[in-house]
Design a protein around this ligand. Structure first.
Ligand SMILES: NC(=O)c1ccc[n+]([C@@H]2O[C@H](COP(=O)([O-])OP(=O)(O)OC[C@H]3O[C@@H](n4cnc5c(N)ncnc54)[C@H](O)[C@@H]3O)[C@@H](O)[C@H]2O)c1
Ligand SMILES: [Zn+2]
Ligand SMILES: [Zn+2]
Length: 348
């Protein structure tokens, strides 16, 4: 099969023929139809400091995908939490493979596993014509779903997990960072009944993308402040819910400063280094801060499917589509930081 391989401990990816993965008991083999390019994949491509610590070549990266089950391993068809799996099922994959043995796993809180292995990071992933996955990591699309949207269920799940961490109905929501995940979170917050949804970024093209999903205000914080945004909307007491989706220390500072007393913050953005925050403000504003990693298995996945069935539209977020043969162009577009999600088609 064709696959994009990180062959050596240096920058780059190679498109080449590799053997199809063999599946073990409890696993399924999936023919990949489309995959999404994530920031993680850009780190692996560039082989930066994080990637050097996390990845051991040779590795096939890629963890965001949709595909079709072509083989069901021993016992995999009965995965109890999936209601049965069969050849021909259209599926996406949960990219966090959990240990099944730790306290949280055994209590059913698999997203809190302490020994998670990442698909396309710690084991071969979905930038290939076929990928093997434990049946317990498979999400079956039981109803009709747009294939590009199904390819990005993993980051969509980050957005949903974060956005639905705290009640949003009628609340004023601040989202810092209008990358693909921030924009999807804005769409979810809108759909879920927030009053004002304010999103910030320092990139105009990304703010333009956010406007397409119907935010109340898309603020360029290189030019203006969140406090000024509050004034424009007639807000007086600060945001009820904050969703941090940039990983930027400045954005985190702005958020803490603009929350209402008793406000709730869900933080998905991953800072690359430690940074100071106004902890006295967090204490005296009595803020709740929750870190978010991945998706809840499989409550978030259920929410994603029914949000789409209920009319949530993510199509503005997908801005690039390429055949896997043009992967270099696809990665260049994803790395430009100007658009939304970029999709690789493994059938064209
Ligand atoms: N916790 C998890 O499980 C998890 C999973 C996936 C991604 N992430 C992280 O979530 C974040 C969002 O992911 P993404 O793919 O949308 O990333 P992205 O890098 O495409 O988007 C981040 C956006 O933040 C903007 N930004 C930079 N400085 C800012 C500032 N001061 N104020 C407001 N915005 C600012 C950038 O211009 C960019 O558009 C990233 O930090 C990513 O590493 C975390
Ligand atoms: Zn991802
Ligand atoms: Zn575990």
């Amino acid at each position: 099969m064709k696959a994009l391989v990180k062959d050596k401990a240096e920058p780059g990816l190679t498109l080449r023929d590799v053997p199809e993965p063999a599946i073990g008991a409890g696993e399924v083999l999936i023919k990949v139809l489309r995959s999404g390019i994530c920031g993680t994949d850009l780190h692996i491509l560039a082989y930066d400091g994080w990637a050097q610590g996390a990845v051991r070549p040779p590795l096939i990266p890629g963890h965001e995908f949709v595909g079709e089950i072509v083989e069901v391993g021993r016992h995999a068809g009965e995965a109890p939490d999936q209601g049965g799996l069969a050849v021909g099922d259209l599926v996406s994959g949960e990219g966090h493979l959990v240990c099944g043995k730790c306290r949280n796993c055994r209590a059913g809180r698999r997203h809190l596993c302490r020994s998670t292995v990442g698909l396309g990071v710690g084991r071969d992933g979905a930038f290939a014509e076929y990928v093997a996955l434990p049946a317990s990591n498979v999400w079956v699309h039981r109803g009709p779903v747009d294939l590009d949207t199904a390819a990005i269920f993993d980051p969509f799940g980050n957005a949903v997990h974060t956005a639905l961490s705290f009640p949003l109905v009628g609340e004023d929501v601040l989202i810092t960072g209008a990358g693909p995940i921030g924009v999807m979170a804005a769409a979810v917050a809108r759909h879920a009944g927030a009053r004002n949804v304010v999103i910030t970024d320092v990139s105009e093209p990304r703010l333009a993308l956010a406007r397409k999903v119907g935010v109340s205000l898309a603020l360029n914080v290189a030019e203006t402040s969140v406090a000024e945004g509050q004034r424009q909307l007639g807000m007086r007491e600060g945001f009820d819910v904050g969703l941090e989706m940039s990983g930027s220390p400045a954005a985190m500072g702005e958020m803490v400063a603009n929350m209402t007393h008793g406000g709730k913050m869900a933080v998905l953005g991953l800072p690359t280094e430690q940074f100071p925050v106004d902890f006295a403000r967090i204490v005296t504003s009595m803020l709740t801060i929750k870190g978010i990693y991945g998706r809840e298995m499989f409550e978030t996945w259920y929410a994603m499917s029914v949000l789409l069935e209920g009319g949530l539209d993510l199509s503005p977020v997908i801005t690039g589509r390429y055949s896997y043969r043009s992967f270099e162009d696809a990665f260049a577009e994803a790395a430009s930081g100007n658009g939304g999600k970029v999709i690789l088609d493994w059938t064209a």
